[in-house]
Design a protein around this ligand. Structure first.
Ligand code: FAD
Length: 288
């Protein structure tokens, strides 16, 4: 099923989706079953599978995992696909494999610039990938969005202008970068509506559960840490169990605040951690 339809069918209910990443080695693919069993038991509306930069083994693991989710666990998968390091022929090959496997949903991305992988010049932006694939293939396309602006966008006006191009090219759902300040997301969602971007703009939530993860987020994502959140991190950064509890509670309060606002769903970055997903789902079981 196309996930654009999932949002249309849900009406007053909110859509719950998870993100997972494929194991690093093919030999670990069978071990992912333990994680999937718990995640799927929580009945997400769909699960998106990330895509590593460059290299065919990365593509294969993403596809294999997506096929497993669809055909063994009967949950709808969304396949992430980056385009900066691929040419049109390679994208066609990838699309053919997806289509033959019955996979219907693609999160179309440009991908990060990476000096280890040469850029090919067929797709400069995610919107180019969507426009190209849409001509030939019948997938539902999702796109990424950045409530605190992508580092290369040059500010919020460009951010929204480029997002509009992405939606005009055919993105039917937008999944957001993680954030910790709901006001920033809700303001961004308003900018989208003002710009006539009328597809679901779905907040991406990542519960903070360890100190290493926090450091990575500060360097990689450039997201704002509200004072309330900083206090929590500061207080519990040296106590693993307490930080886990506090991080989960913060994420839950963020989700509940969003659910009572005008949003159509929640996208949970599970980090392949079934405990995280379970705890969040238990916290919102009677709310979502
Ligand atoms: P684009 O939408 O192409 O935007 C990239 C930059 O170009 C932005 O600054 C944008 O403002 C600008 N831009 C866009 N269109 C134009 C235009 N027409 N003219 C001028 N400038 C323009 N990365 C992975 O490698 N694997 C993954 O699985 C993955 N999953 C992700 C999932 C989500 C929900 C998110 C939010 C990000 C994910 N990423 C992933 C990261 C993503 O690949 C990077 O953030 C990347 O740098 C940008 O990708 P994009 O598709 O958003 O690019």
């Amino acid at each position: 099923m196309k996930v654009s339809q999932v949002y249309k069918d849900k009406k007053d209910k909110k859509v719950l989706s998870f993100e997972i990443f494929p194991p690093k080695k093919d030999s670990e693919l069978s071990n992912i079953d333990e994680t999937l069993a718990v995640l799927c038991e929580l009945e997400p509306d769909y699960i998106s599978v990330t895509f590593g930069a460059g290299g065919s083994s990365n593509c294969n693991r993403t596809i294999e995992l997506a096929k497993k989710i669809k055909h063994e666990y009967h949950v709808e998968p969304v396949v992430h696909l980056t385009s900066l390091h691929y040419n049109k022929a390679e994208i066609d090959e990838f699309a053919k494999v997806l289509s033959e496997a019955g996979l219907e949903n693609v999160l179309a991305l440009r991908g990060d610039k990476n000096p280890n992988f040469p850029e090919k010049n067929d797709f400069s932006h995610a919107s180019d990938l969507i426009a190209y694939m849409k001509e030939k293939w019948d997938f539902c396309f999702l796109g990424a969005c950045y409530p605190e602006c992508h580092p290369e966008s040059g500010g919020v006006i460009n951010e929204i202008r480029h997002l509009k191009t992405k939606v005009n090219a055919g993105a039917e759902v937008l999944l957001s970068q993680l954030f910790f300040d709901n006001d920033i997301f809700l303001r961004f969602q308003e900018y989208c509506r003002v710009a006539d971007i009328n597809v679901p703009v779905i907040p991406g939530i990542m519960p903070v559960i360890n100190a290493a993860q926090i450091k990575r987020m500060i360097t990689m994502c450039g997201v704002a840490f509200p004072a309330r959140f900083e206090k929590i991190i500061h207080r519990y950064e040296d106590n693993k169990e307490a930080l886990f509890d506090a991080g989960m509670s913060y994420a839950l309060s963020q989700i509940i605040d969003l659910l009572v606002s005008d949003i159509e769903g929640i996208h949970l970055y599970t980090m392949n951690n079934p405990l995280v997903a379970r705890r969040i789902c238990e916290g919102i079981r009677n709310i979502i």
